[in-house]
Design a protein around this ligand. Structure first.
Ligand code: IDP
Ligand code: MG
Length: 160
């Protein structure tokens, strides 16, 4: 039966999602989590972290040298962040669709940034932009033992 099957590699795809300090302060944690949860994605790791400036610079390493880098890393390290790993088929790409465009005013209504944010420097959520960054970001934010593998009864209603 399905429940005894091993999950396929696609179903085990994982992405790193973070609710930035503005999303936490504005009380948007549950709205954001609900969207991933209701889609059918599986939460496999979660913690509240207050990143240091140094850690924020590591996270945004690829943006070093951009004019907004200092403000961005100051902001990410300004308060608690909800760090998560979500798992499921297509979760990296679909997670980005859920989030919307980098600039909230360019994000469609129905997306997280489209519905809840206005300015690019306060766009409330981060999501990995591809398989390589997902792998690197998960490894940066989580120890392997903090990421759980488990079955949900609903898996069989989500995947055929
Ligand atoms: P992403 O979060 O949609 O992947 P990136 O280009 O990776 O966008 O940039 C990371 C973060 O840096 C953005 O989410 C946004 O908060 C901030 N950012 C990007 N471009 C600008 C800008 O032009 N001004 C201010 N902040 C920016
Ligand atoms: Mg990015």
């Amino acid at each position: 039966t399905f429940v005894d099957q091993e999950l396929s590699a696609a179903e085990l795809e994982r992405t790193f999602i973070a609710i930035k300090p503005d999303g936490v302060q504005r009380g948007l944690i549950s709205d954001i989590i609900a969207r991933f949860e209701k889609k059918g994605y599986k939460l496999v790791a979660i913690k509240l972290v207050h990143p240091t400036k140094d850690f924020a610079e590591k996270h945004y390493d690829d943006l070093k040298g951009r004019p907004f880098f200092n403000g961005l890393t100051d902001f990410l390290s300004s308060g608690p962040v909800v760090a998560m790993v979500w798992e499921g088929q297509g979760v990296i790409k679909y997670g980005r669709k859920f989030i919307g465009a980098t600039a909230p005013l360019a994000s469609e209504p129905g997306t997280i940034r489209g519905d809840f944010a206005i300015s690019v420097g306060r766009n409330i959520i981060h999501g990995s932009d591809g398989p390589e960054t997902a792998k690197d970001e998960i490894a940066l934010w989580f120890k392997p033992e903090e990421i759980l593998t488990y079955k949900k009864e609903t898996d069989k209603w989500l995947y055929e």
